[in-house]
Write a protein that binds this ligand. Structure first.
Ligand code: GDP
Ligand code: MG
Length: 368
């Protein structure tokens, strides 16, 4: 499990790497300077050079705080909504229409940033939308057992009906146990037949409320904005039914929605806070990257100092560009964040070395 590279061991003991390699050869191991050697071999070597080795266990989990389940501290949080559907059925157009319906738009200048997640103020309260290109982040998170989305808005074009990616989206949402709300889009078009779409959806166990089922299906037009305020209202209503709550009083945790490297800003990650409150200055770790939250920006490009659960935000200050779909955690201090990240990097490196070794073995078998 535990291991150290020949060069690291030589540095920590102040012994020449070539001497270590020679010693390893005497022990029957051919090693290079970058090779990882296990703890037992390292201990043996160290003893040969007059050192004693203390084995220190290291558990990443020690640094990651447990989620505190304190019923008394739970407060309502906004619903997190993902818009899914077949290509060209109007996901982007609908998200744009929703952005424009933001009631906070007037005074604050509206949503200016095209970031992977944003919060919209509606008369019934705030709603968080994930604007993920494709569904990669959503599926990646689901594969890892995380349920980030509370509701899926399934966009189906009224003139086109259920298509392969519609079926795919339904499958993903149903497998994740997420409530689906159907937006039958493009009803402004002459060839629009919403009833046909409703009929088609019953084949996927989505029966409209109008027909005695449980699924809300709304005719909308992203182009004329017809039905958009109603859609937001229904989302808010569904959220009330789901009674979504989080504890804002713990160290923050959540997921990376998207991330990129920006000139002059460094790594920028859009994260969704799911537990706790995220603050500027917090020590953050996500995957093999870590840092101190240097600044945070909302979807209006405004700097924010703290972000409660259910809200997305852009985070600056990470050591590298994290992976969309990865969890992020706030830990006690930057030292802990660095250690967790380093430990994960080391583990990933070992895994890679392992797979290289396996590949080589397979190559050998293939040749013989
Ligand atoms: P996406 O691939 O699902 O994101 O679809 P887009 O939002 O890019 O829309 C695909 C095309 O359909 C674009 O040309 C839009 O202008 C058009 N479109 C989207 N919504 C509507 C609508 O409600 N009515 C009409 N007539 N066209 C729409
Ligand atoms: Mg699109």
């Amino acid at each position: 499990e535990e291991s150290i590279s020949v060069s690291e061991l030589s540095q920590s003991m102040g012994v020449k790497a070539s001497d270590l390699i020679r010693k390893l050869m005497q022990l029957g191991t051919m090693a290079t300077i970058n090779q990882l050697i296990d703890a037992d071999t390292a201990a043996l070597l160290a003893t040969d050079f007059g050192f004693t080795v203390e084995k220190k266990g290291f558990e990443v989990e020690e640094f990651i705080p447990e989620v505190e389940v304190d019923e008394s501290k739970l407060v309502n949080r906004p619903p997190v909504v993902t818009v899914m559907g077949h290509v060209d059925h109007g996901k982007t157009s609908l998200l744009d229409a929703i952005r424009q319906a933001d009631v906070a738009a007037g005074e604050a200048g509206g949503i200016t940033q095209h970031i992977g997640a944003y919060s919209v103020q509606t008369p019934k309260g705030p709603i968080t939308f994930l604007d993920t290109p494709g569904h990669e982040a959503f599926t990646a998170m689901r594969e890892r057992g995380a349920k980030v989305t509370d509701l899926v808005v399934l966009v189906v074009a009224a003139d086109d009906g259920v298509m392969p990616q519609t079926a795919e989206a339904i499958k993903h949402a149903q497998a994740a146990g997420v409530t689906i709300l159907v937006a039958i889009n493009k009803i402004d078009k002459p060839g629009a037949t919403p009833e046909r779409v409703m009929q088609q959806l019953t084949e996927y166990k989505l029966v409209p409320e109008q027909w005695g089922g449980e699924t809300i299906m709304l005719p909308v037009s992203a182009r004329t904005k017809q039905g958009v305020p109603e859609l937001l209202e229904y989302i808010a209503l569904q959220a009330e039914v789901l009674d979504l709550k989080s504890n804002p009083e713990t160290l923050a945790a959540g997921h990376v929605i998207e991330a990129k490297l920006e000139k002059g800003r460094g790594p920028v990650a859009t994260v969704l806070v799911e537990e706790g409150t995220l603050r500027v200055g917090d020590a953050i770790v996500t995957g093999i990257h870590y840092g101190r939250v240097r600044a945070m920006m909302n979807e209006r490009g405004e700097q924010v100092k703290e972000v409660p659960p259910g809200y997305p935000v852009e985070v600056l200050g990470l050591s590298g560009v994290p992976v969309a779909g990865d969890e992020f955690n706030i830990v006690e201090d930057e030292k802990a964040a660095k250690e967790v990240a380093a430990h994960r990097a080391e583990k990933a490196r070992q895994k890679e070395l392992g797979s290289v070794k396996r590949a080589t073995l397979e190559d050998l078998f293939a040749k013989s």
